[in-house]
Design a binder for this molecule. Structure first.
Ligand SMILES: NC(=O)C1=CN([C@@H]2O[C@H](COP(=O)(O)OP(=O)(O)OC[C@H]3O[C@@H](n4cnc5c(N)ncnc54)[C@H](O)[C@@H]3O)[C@@H](O)[C@H]2O)C=CC1
Ligand SMILES: N[C@@H](CC=O)C(=O)O
Length: 782
């Protein structure tokens, strides 16, 4: 079986409702045989540390008060999560344990590690019982029965045997984090953030496939998201960078957590227990992710120089203070960057070999790809000068630079640094599907547009798809020369391969630009969204799919903070969706949208004067790139029906395509059969049109094809597309061939409606409209 180890930290278990949320995650994500490693609930460990201090200082009153606080917190959790006999049973066990603690304190036999271990034991017991009550086969396990430490070192072989012997496939095991036992059975703790370490150790010992660290952040960010609102969450971070960040004191992952995963293929994910649907960050092996940019800030560090530093001394000192330490060499001298609180302890360890170089340092470290470091270091220095931040010490290596200062790096300075050093390197991978009329022009326009956007975004076209072939280049295609690359490297189109290649793309953001007219391609949207892709559609099928499918796609996008733009699916490049959104955002209420929403039908109706056969004009419209790949989609009115549905959904209406009445502009039976069959019967089309044209003229009108969506006061919706006789001289009768017109009535634009008019089809305007969506996307990426 494939075992997964999940780890929930204190913040994930801080209240009864958090336990319930965690239980829901376990129910949804765990299978029998999986392990759930838990930390002490909320701030329990801190409270137990205070309890220990008051015991050591023999402050009886304070000891009693803190113990009561611990009791109240645990009883509160038990009372909120259990009822009846189970509640009494758990409360009794707890009270007995608290009595044992009191007795040990009275007889001066209290042991620090044993006392602290209670936090994790209580969490495991409560969660395992709660899961059992919810019908799962859950079992609490005291990690002291699994992890043995000898002379301060974990006994890996023995621990592995213990884990494999204990962890069967019939239970979900709730295992205490943070604690182990020595060979005499005494409790030992695994140090700061020991529960994360417990989880990765357990994964290693039990041959698990993956570890998920569930925490209160959504993953690993480019900088602290609480200080910088546009911090970037990276979907993948490689282990080397994660390790470096940990050594530099970044709080999300600790160097020790990663060490049991070395030389294994166990996957590690950081996810939010507060937002379990949100994709987290995967920490991947070397070579499986590109290096990213990070800024991690420091607080109260001391810089020390050590003479004759021994090979293992950094590891030993780090173990002694239970904290990662950054070590570097400058001009042949060995330096350590220490949390100020531990300098005294470390100085005792080095017994006379340590010199304090600088104390109470603040500052930040910049971690970045090797190729970027020296340029970024210069930029960082110039930002610090501009912001009047005085540098006390600087150091750089091939993959990071340190900037140590007197002043704290406040959120404002951090945001500026982030904008200049990290955001400038933001990446967007673009996959373009459909290189037909519009797609080819879009790609041509990409050359200048990508260069224009470069100031903000590192935008790369990484995939091109046609119905039969595809081309992927993960580091970006050469847009000046994509045709040659296509000829030499394009492969046969394989749907699974498309999805795999998209999944593998290691970019901060990805977007699939759908310029196909394919319904089957639109059905892949949920798969793209699962792979964290934003969407841009000129294709109208997804926007007009059945309600259930459409709403579930929207929900999926929202859950993943992904964006979907489709402005060109109605009115090509005209800013119709923008205008409707704007009106609604400003509190107006749209009551009616009427007009001509088909470039093809607008052009055909305006051009036709009887001098040319209607079917010849249809072929001309096709050649100009106005029509759908099969122009019967236009002539049947279905394309315009879809556009009206997209508009209706923009207005929040729950309609399906069949709720819109449709009158075709061709004999209905011509809709079936191939395009060749249709051409063979073009005389029938010509006769049909000629008749309608004559009828319109007999009424002193122009023959047009129009759509109407109106929403009555009570909410009744009238939606239809069909043939119309437009009064001569009216705006619709006078429409320039190929133009669309949208006449929008609202509460405020009622007697004198808002009119949007202009080209409603054509390669250039549509391609430009898709670029407008791409630009919007870049502006709005979080
Ligand atoms: N032509 C226009 O003025 C406007 C077109 N649109 C929409 O833009 C889309 C494209 O229109 P055109 O360029 O005129 O069509 P087109 O027929 O010239 O091009 C479609 C392209 O999609 C490709 N394709 C088809 N199925 C595919 C699949 N499963 N995977 C990958 N590629 C696939 C085809 O190989 C072709 O390259 C259509 O959805 C259309 O409704 C929207 C606004 C205006
Ligand atoms: N075939 C369509 C193209 C745009 O959506 C039209 O003619 O309007």
């Amino acid at each position: 079986m494939t075992r997964v180890v999940h780890k929930f930290g204190g913040s994930s278990l801080s209240s009864a409702s958090r336990y319930q949320a965690v239980a829901q995650i376990v129910v949804g994500q765990c299978q029998l045989g999986d392990c759930v490693v838990v930390s002490a609930a909320g701030k329990t460990t801190n409270t137990l540390v205070k309890l220990w201090q008051s015991y050591q200082q023999q402050e009886q009153q304070s000891f009693n008060d803190i113990l009561l606080q611990v009791e109240n917190h645990q009883i509160e959790l038990i009372n909120a999560l259990f009822q009846g006999e189970k509640q009494r049973q758990l409360a009794d066990i707890l009270l007995t344990e608290l009595q044992v603690i009191t007795q040990a304190a009275n007889t001066k036999t209290l042991n620090e590690a044993e006392l602290l271990a209670h936090g994790e034991l209580w969490s495991a017991r409560i969660l395992a019982n709660y899961l059992s009550e919810s019908g799962l086969q859950a079992q609490a396990i005291d990690a002291r029965t699994l992890f043995t430490v000898h002379n301060g070192q974990l006994v890996h072989q023995q621990n592995k045997q213990a884990c494999l012997a204990t962890l069967d496939n019939d239970h979900i095991f709730v295992v205490t984090g943070f604690i182990a036992a020595d060979d005499q059975g005494n409790t030992v703790t695994l140090g700061r953030n020991g529960s994360d370490y417990s989880a990765t150790l357990l994964a290693n010992y039990s041959d698990a496939e993956a570890v998920s660290i569930w925490t209160d952040t959504q993953g690993v960010f480019s900088t602290d998201p609480r200080k910088v609102s546009n911090a970037i969450k990276y979907p993948k971070v490689c282990r080397e960078q994660a390790n470096l960040l940990a050594r530099l004191g970044n709080p999300v992952l600790h160097a020790k957590t990663l060490s049991p995963l070395k030389n294994t293929s166990i996957k590690l994910q950081v996810r939010s227990s507060f937002d379990p649907e949100a994709p987290g960050t995967e920490i991947v092996k070397a070579g499986y992710s590109k290096a990213k940019r990070f800024i991690t800030s420091f607080d109260n560090l001391d810089l020390v120089r050590v003479d004759r530093l021994g090979v293992n001394e950094v590891r030993e000192v780090s173990q002694l203070i239970q904290h990662s330490i950054h070590h570097f060499v400058q001009n042949g001298e060995e330096f350590l960057l220490l949390p100020g609180a531990f300098t005294h302890q470390v100085s005792q360890y080095f017994a006379g070999r340590l010199t304090l170089v600088e104390s109470h340092l603040q500052g930040f470290a910049l971690v970045a790809p090797k190729a970027d470091i020296s340029a970024l270091e210069l930029q960082a220095k110039s930002v610090l000068t501009e912001q009047d931040v005085v540098l006390r010490f600087a150091h750089s290596d091939e993959d990071y630079a340190l900037f140590l200062t007197d002043q704290a790096i406040d959120s404002d300075v951090l945001a500026i640094l982030h904008d200049k050093l990290v955001n400038k390197g933001r990446e967007l991978a673009v996959i373009i599907a459909g290189l037909g009329n519009v797609g080819e022009v879009f790609l041509e326009q990409c050359q200048t547009q990508v260069a224009r956007l470069q100031a903000q975004f590192d935008l790369k076209v990484v995939g091109l798809l046609r119905s039969q072939q595809m081309l992927f280049a993960a580091s970006g295609l050469n847009l000046d020369n994509w045709q040659t690359q296509w000829q030499n490297e394009a492969q046969a189109y394989e749907q699974n391969e498309v999805l795999e290649r998209i999944e593998e793309l290691d970019y901060e953001h990805k977007v699939v630009v759908d310029i196909t007219a394919s319904e089957s391609f639109s059905l892949l949207y949920p798969e793209f969204v699962k792979r964290d892709c934003h969407l841009i559609s000129a294709n109208k099928y997804a926007g007009t799919a059945q309600q259930d499918w459409y709403l579930s796609l929207r929900q999926q996008l929202e859950e993943r903070n992904l964006l979907w733009r489709y402005n060109t699916s109605v009115g090509a490049g005209l800013p119709v969706n923008f205008a409707l959104a704007d009106l609604q955002n400003s509190g107006d209420k749209i009551t009616q949208v009427e007009g001509v929403f088909s470039g093809t039908l607008s052009w055909l109706c305006s051009e036709y004067d009887g001098s040319k056969a209607f079917s010849d004009l249809v072929l001309e419209a096709q050649a100009m790139g106005y029509t759908e790949p099969d122009p019967r989609e236009d002539l049947s009115g279905r394309d315009m029906q879809r556009k009206l549905l997209i508009l209706a959904r923009e207005l929040g209406l729950s309609l399906d395509v069949d709720d819109i009445d449709l009158e075709p502009l061709m004999p209905e039976h011509l809709a079936t059969g191939s395009w060749q069959d249709f051409l063979a019967k073009k005389d029938e089309l010509d006769a049909f049109y000629e008749t309608k044209f004559a009828q319109a003229k007999a009424n002193h009108c122009e023959l047009r094809y129009t759509g109407l969506l109106s929403i009555a006061e009570g909410g009744k919706v009238d939606a239809k597309v069909g043939i119309a006789f437009a009064e001569q001289g009216s705006a619709i009768a006078n429409l320039t061939p190929g133009d669309n017109i949208f006449v929008v009535k609202t509460l405020w634009y009622d007697a004198n409606p808002l009119v949007i008019q202009g080209p409603g089809a054509g390669k250039e305007v549509t391609a430009a409209g898709i670029h407008s969506d791409l630009f919007w996307l870049c502006q709005n990426l979080k």
